[in-house]
Design a protein around this ligand. Structure first.
Ligand SMILES: [Zn+2]
Ligand SMILES: [Zn+2]
Length: 311
């Protein structure tokens, strides 16, 4: 087996972040609770049969299952009933005065300085954004504001109905020796390297350790041409989250000359992508169009796209 170009002591790692946008719908009571925070009011809901007030306001009583249409405005002070430290911040359950259940929130204090039973009061963000952080934190020793006791209020006209939200997941993906060599070759020499099966001698691209047909180990790297044959394609017209290209574009399965497997890449060139379905055909020869050398970073994206070879 050939040696890797990079030192095996320095693992090649791809760090990438999946960014997923969501639109959260808080719901009736929670939407009113969030809208209330922007006005520096803390709204809970009251279940009369259970004689319980909970905060944040909820549409249905968690104890008896009845609807709880009655909102109450709560004082801005309470007592820490339990707490934990998370990433250096204190997260606590706080029993607001007049409430019968705890509110989970941040306490603006060092972890060593908080005790169960401490009195805390609300601190507000200077600029409301329609999110729980409009109530910035609870601070020990701060003077309590808001109403003197839990006070019934009418349902407000204003409600936060949608909250844009983005979930970012960062991954560190270790290439390992096979992908490592392949990307190394791409980055250093703009060369496509597959791995050859020791038993059936098929060349696999992307390179990998085990043949997917006979399950034997691959035992050498072989260079694969940047020309090949179009085996299948789809014209993408639909837009969706996470797309790296603007539709229309063509995703294709291409068997490169010297390879036994299909590589997924895009096909473009001197034709109208909207007419791709009639321009392209299965069995057509294609060749790689590489990005300018200054833009190559050692990934399959160094190939901008494959273009049809017109004989
Ligand atoms: Zn109830
Ligand atoms: Zn094999």
């Amino acid at each position: 087996m050939s040696q890797l170009f990079t030192s095996p002591d320095v693992p090649q790692v791809l760090t990438t972040t999946l960014s997923i946008p969501y639109t959260l719908t808080p719901g009736g009571a929670a939407g009113q609770f969030l809208a209330g925070l922007a006005e520096r009011r803390i709204l809970g809901s009251r279940c009369e049969p259970c004689a319980r007030t909970v905060v944040p306001a909820q549409d249905v009583c968690g104890r008896c299952g009845e609807q709880t249409p009655d909102l109450v405005e709560l004082p801005h002070g309470g007592t820490v009933t339990s707490w934990t430290a998370h990433q250096g911040r204190v997260v606590a359950k706080i029993r607001l005065d007049g409430a019968d259940a705890d509110l989970l929130h941040v306490v603006a204090a060092e972890p060593g300085a908080v005790e169960v039973g401490d009195r805390v009061a609300a601190d507000w963000a200077a600029e409301p954004t329609g999110w729980i952080t409009d109530l910035a934190a609870f601070t020990p020793g701060r003077a309590r504001s808001g109403p003197a006791e839990a006070t019934p209020v009418a349902r407000a006209e204003t409600s936060v109905e949608m909250v844009p939200y983005r979930l970012d997941l960062t991954y560190h993906h270790a290439y390992g020796p096979y992908y490592g060599r392949m990307f190394d070759e791409l980055g250093s020499f703009s060369r496509l390297m597959g791995s050859r099966c020791s038993s059936c001698h098929r060349v696999l691209l992307p390179a990998r350790a085990i043949c997917d047909v006979c399950f034997a180990r691959t035992d050498q790297f072989d260079e694969v041409s940047d020309t090949g044959v179009l085996q299948a394609f789809s014209v993408i017209h639909m837009e969706f989250v996470g797309q790296t290209r603007k539709p229309p574009y063509v995703y294709a399965e291409i068997v490169l000359d010297g390879s036994s497997t299909r590589l997924i890449h895009t096909v473009a060139g001197d034709f109208d992508l909207a007419d791709a379905a009639s321009t392209l055909s299965i069995g057509m020869k294609v060749k790689a169009v590489w990005k300018p050398e200054s833009e190559r970073v050692g990934t399959l994206e160094d190939i901008a796209y494959f273009e049809p070879v017109i004989p």
